[in-house]
Design a protein around this ligand. Structure first.
Ligand code: PGA
Length: 252
């Protein structure tokens, strides 16, 4: 069975003192109560060093974004190699907020995935439909297109490394979660798409659900066969809730 994975996306939240408290409490909770789950945290990049120093190898620290280019004249950007240099093990790619607010296209996302893999980072590739797309029956086509664009040209070994996160845009930060059945339908579809590339890849790649996951709804989401854990936004900023979600993943 695939090992469960819970990832906390802090988005643009945090301060030095608050990060210290959050990470310390999360670690205490995980060490006391949770086994058998991989846990990642994605703080704002400026705090990666701080969080890495606190994380005791129990947490994989990642960045929320990376540049699609190698080091060079790209003011304001961070390269994959810099992220590795500062202790990152993973990076979010193609989060819907990046797609919608910062113009990350399918093509740019594909470049970012390649940069991440080249540097040895695990890319957590985010996919998901808008409400309009869901209402017009486009969901499965949209996620298929996003997936194909993001993984095109990758080797089998590279494909084995990636993590997918299905995050319906209408469920992010809205308190409106996809039902476990809605999520499972899309996860199963993504797994089938992977199977067309390679059955071993399909069996191994972890597919997370994201979008208003909280301590109360995590159990039923993670009970679905193709949901291997969660990408958690708001609830990852509360240690108790985040640890409870990790516990749900461990119990699945
Ligand atoms: P949310 O965010 O849990 O606050 O809905 C999830 C995400 O955007 O990764």
């Amino acid at each position: 069975m695939r090992k469960a994975l819970v990832a906390g996306n802090w988005k643009m939240n945090g301060r030095v003192a608050a990060n210290d408290e959050l990470v310390t409490q999360v670690l205490a909770g995980l060490n006391a109560q949770v086994d058998g789950v991989d846990v990642m945290v994605f703080p704002p990049s400026i705090y990666i060093g701080q969080v890495k120093a606190l994380s005791e190898d129990r947490l994989t620290v990642g960045a929320q974004n990376l540049c699609e280019f190698d080091d060079g004249a790209y003011t304001g950007e961070l390269s994959a190699e810099m992220l590795v240099d500062c202790g990152c093990g993973a990076v979010l790619v193609g989060h819907s907020e990046r797609r919608l607010l910062f113009g990350d296209s399918d093509e740019r996302i594909a470049e970012k995935v390649k940069q991440a893999l080249k540097a040895g980072l695990v890319p957590v590739i985010c996919l998901g439909e808008s409400l309009d797309q869901r209402d017009s029956g486009e969901t499965l086509n949209v996620v298929s297109r996003q997936l194909q664009a993001a993984v095109e040209g990758l080797t089998k070994q590279q494909l084995m490394t990636v993590v997918l996160a299905y995050e319906p845009v209408w469920a992010i930060g809205t308190g409106r979660t996809a039902t476990p059945e809605q999520a499972q339908e899309v996860h199963a579809h993504l797994r089938q798409e992977l199977a067309q590339l390679d059955t071993e890849v399909s069996a191994q790649v972890r597919i997370l659900y994201g979008g208003s996951v909280n301590a109360a709804n995590a159990d039923e989401l993670f009970a679905k066969p193709d949901i291997d854990g969660g990408l958690i936004g708001g609830a990852s900023l509360k240690a108790k809730d985040f640890v409870a979600i990790c516990q749900s993943a461990a119990a699945r």
